[in-house]
Ligand binder design. Structure first.
Ligand code: 1S3
Length: 607
């Protein structure tokens, strides 16, 4: 059944919205989160007049894509049919995510034998130099060509009876824009950049990048970093779309100076927020998942260093491995300071800090796995003893003739006593708990720092480090939690990024009622400071990285962490409730309106 667009009256011209992204049905990073979480809200407004385009990758498609075999006679069905008849491999079906929108996936390999001609065409028409570029650029160009053909055919098919808005995300989806404009195809185009290629490189390599942002020669720098094709495509998209947007004021500056275009609009990112009817539900979930993290921590540390779990706090950071851009360097420096401060102040608490990122590794460290397995055996032995004692106690109590409590020691037989003693014996040792849970292929910034600063899980350390160089999924044998559950089980998320156009990680904390630290150089932190004056009261702390140097920012962060450590249990519970209560602000149902504005503006400009 076709869902009728409720906003469309009989007299209005029909409108369709097409979103195009390299990450449609293809998870690579943050853009996938934007597109996927936004779908229900888009479908709510646009109904069947909304669909998405993306690249076809058989492996991801097999998990998230359901083909539609019988083509309908909608403009979409007809255009797919037309492209197929022209020899393109086009997959049409549903994206199996909440909202279940229709999507069209292009198998760019079907035109790959033509790639050189496509590239020279881009050079002739738009001076995009693609000499010696990485393979991805060729994939993107082939994909872009199929997008161009699709939109051109779609526009022809509907013969101006329908208003078409095409919303392109990131340069990888937008190589069709210059030709669509040149050919005057009747499509209103919106381009959203989620980061700039040059910004990413420059921020990671040039000290004080933000102070110099207005001084760079974009072409010279692009050539220097070997990204001329990417930067040129991005620039063309930004300059030629009817409406250019980005995700934050922070990235807007990059657009202005590195792409030569002040964005028309800022489109902040949102999530699908699950609200609970009773406040205590999210607190219960926190306790449930914290217990699971406790199990990991016992298995990892208690072999040689037992500490009081009632007085232990779990902090974490996560994201792509970009050591300085994601602020791992600052976080480590602040943790070393926190460790020192907690020791000096003799604070009777332990902080376990998790670094969750992705780095090449051989396998999980067998010693880490073994320790966990032996601890599980201790638990099983204890369960068996518990059962034996329970049964014997019941029998002894029922058959006893006096009111004396029986001696429980008599109920555990020799076998179980010995087994428990032996298992504990083999488990306990004097080794320092590992910092890294996996066998890394090579050392990196995190391992170098902890070694240099001796933040190595020494017995006297108040701050312990667990570096998990893989993303967390539910099948992971160490935690047995999915990422969202892990976040819920933690006490604080720490994300003081240096380069972060938006940054979903702190937002994911808020959505789960977990306090978080961000920075004023991250799009999210900057947005938070604009919309909420007392953000700290609501559990969002913002490190000043704009006007402070690295060491001052590290000191500020360590003070924030110390303040958090000093909070009482009651204060932490109250803060979690407060954080949870602001999560609605970031629900797509509230933030979609920014997208609506961009589409209206593009249509106005196209006419
Ligand atoms: C980008 O992904 P990233 O992690 O490479 O887009 C995300 C979605 O807009 C954004 O949250 C992030 O800051 C950007 O960097």
């Amino acid at each position: 059944m076709e869902i009728q667009n409720p906003l469309q009256s009989a007299t209005q011209k029909q409108k369709i919205l097409i979103e195009i992204a390299w990450e449609t049905c293809n998870q690579v990073g943050g853009i996938y989160t934007v597109i996927r979480t936004k779908v229900p809200s888009m479908v709510e407004k646009w109904g069947d007049d909304y669909f998405l385009l993306g690249p076809y990758f058989p492996q991801t498609a097999s998990a998230e894509f359901e083909p539609i075999h019988d083509l309908d006679d909608s403009v979409l069905g007809k255009t797919v049919q037309k492209m197929r008849s022209m020899g393109y491999a086009v997959h049409y079906g549903y994206w199996l995510v909440t909202g279940k929108p229709r999507i069209v996936l292009f198998d760019f390999w079907s035109i790959y034998n033509n790639i050189n001609a496509l590239k020279s065409g881009l050079w002739e028409r738009h001076q995009v130099s693609t000499l010696n570029t990485e393979e991805l650029v060729s994939h993107v160009i082939a994909f872009g060509e199929m997008v161009r053909v699709f939109l051109t055919e779609l526009a022809k098919e509907q013969q101006n009876k329908i208003d078409i808005v095409a919303h392109f995300h990131e340069w990888m989806a937008a190589s069709a824009i210059p030709d669509l404009r040149k050919d005057q195809i009747k499509v209103a185009t919106v381009f959203t950049t989620h980061a700039t290629m040059l910004g990413r490189y420059l921020a990671g390599n040039v000290p004080n990048f933000y102070d110099k942002i207005d001084t760079f020669d974009w072409l010279k720098e692009a050539r220097h970093y070997g990204i001329e094709a990417q930067a040129t495509l991005e620039r063309l998209a930004a300059l030629q779309a009817h409406v250019t947007t980005t995700v934050s004021d922070v990235t807007a500056k990059e657009c202005e100076f590195l792409l030569g275009k002040v964005p028309d609009l800022i489109l902040p990112n949102g999530l699908n927020i699950t609200r609970f009817s009773a406040m205590h539900e999210h607190q219960n979930l926190h306790t449930k998942y914290k217990d699971r993290i406790n199990e990991f921590v016992m298995g990892h540390f208690f072999q040689s260093q037992p500490f009081n779990l009632e007085k232990t706090l779990y902090f974490f950071t996560s994201g792509r491995y970009e050591y300085s851009n994601k602020g791992y360097d600052l976080t480590l420096e602040a943790l070393a300071r926190l460790n020192w401060k907690m020791k000096q102040a003799k604070i009777d608490k332990t902080v376990v800090m998790f670094f969750i990122t992705k780095q090449p590794y051989h396998s999980i460290d067998p010693e880490v796995l073994h320790s966990r397995a032996v601890m599980d055996e201790i638990r099983e032995t204890c369960n068996s003893i518990e059962k034996q004692v329970g049964e014997q106690l019941f029998k002894a109590s029922a058959s006893s003739s006096d009111l004396q409590m029986p001696d429980l020691n008599n109920f555990v037989d020799e076998y179980w006593r010995l087994r428990l003693r032996r298992t504990i014996q083999t488990w306990k040792n004097n080794k320092r708990p590992k910092v890294v849970t996996h066998l890394l292929k090579q050392n990196d910034g995190i391992t170098d720092f902890v070694q240099k600063s001796n933040l190595m899980n020494n017995p006297e350390d108040k701050v312990k480090i667990v570096y998990h160089p893989d993303f967390i999924v539910s099948t992971n044998p160490l935690f047995g939690l999915d990422y969202g559950q892990f976040v819920r089980g933690c006490n604080l998320g720490v994300f003081p990024s240096y380069y972060e156009p938006w940054g979903y990680t702190p937002l994911e904390c808020i959505a789960r009622g977990v306090p978080t630290i961000t920075s004023d150089l991250s799009g999210f932190g900057d947005y938070m400071m604009q919309i909420m004056r007392d953000y700290e009261h609501w559990g969002v702390m913002v490190v000043n990285r704009k006007t402070q140097d690295f060491y001052k920012a590290a000191e500020q962060l360590s003070e924030m962490l110390l303040k958090f450590v000093k909070q009482s249990l009651r204060e932490r519970i109250t803060q979690r409730n407060r954080v949870e209560s602001i999560s609605d602000t970031f629900d797509w149902s509230n933030l979609r309106t920014y997208y609506d504005t961009s589409h209206d503006l593009a249509l106005k400009r196209r006419k």
